[in-house]
Design a protein around this ligand. Structure first.
Ligand SMILES: [Zn+2]
Length: 198
């Protein structure tokens, strides 16, 4: 009887020790994007680019939200970006790490850390605005160029670097005609890898 009780106490003590300082990490790879624009054509085009992206990546990973408070990511437009910076877009990624509770609480109970991924994109306003008409024809030069540019910048937002292969979506230069032989399959395979990591 005494042996059973000792064993029981041992099991309980072991469980308490295991639970102390246990840490779980949750990665949040969902991008709620606030677009800083009042232009209905630009908004509509962005919404279609995002729909197309989610469909190609096979998941609802990008969302356009109405207010900055709901957002963890952003899209902004800059006038004359091409003229002044010689580029049509720019993006950066960031992560935010949050751990629950105070130090004592965290030591006594399960510590939960959330890592939230974010992306911040800027596009040349004039180029983007001029090509919004491409939303009516997904085979048009305008749409193909805009979608290529969008995927490229989102790629940076997903921590992708430039690629030396001219057929790659992540090639550093994007011609106005885009390309017929762009390797979107390779790009979306990499994008899906980002979203399905543990
Ligand atoms: Zn780039």
């Amino acid at each position: 009887m005494l042996l059973v009780r000792s064993l029981w106490i041992f099991v309980v003590l072991s469980l308490i020790m295991i639970s102390c300082g246990k840490e779980s990490i949750v990665h949040v790879r969902e991008f709620n994007i606030y677009a800083e624009t009042n232009d209905p054509e630009v908004k509509e085009t962005l919404s279609q680019l995002i729909d197309q992206y989610n469909s190609d990546v096979n998941g609802q990973v990008l969302n356009l939200v109405d207010t900055e408070e709901q957002a963890n990511s952003s899209i902004r437009f800059q006038r004359n970006m091409l003229a002044t910076e010689h580029r049509l877009g720019h993006a950066r990624w960031s992560t935010l790490k949050k751990t629950n509770g105070d130090a004592f609480e965290a030591a006594m109970s399960e510590r939960k850390t959330v890592i939230q991924y974010s992306m911040h994109m800027i596009f040349d306003l004039e180029n983007f605005k001029r090509k919004t008409r491409g939303r009516f024809d997904k085979g048009s030069v305008e749409w193909r160029h805009l979608y290529h540019l969008f995927c490229h910048e989102v790629g940076h937002g997903l921590q992708m670097d430039h690629d030396g292969n001219p057929r790659s979506v992540m090639y550093s230069k994007i011609s106005q005609q885009s390309r017929d032989d762009l390797d979107y399959e390779d790009y979306f395979t990499k994008a899906r890898e980002f979203f399905t990591q543990p």
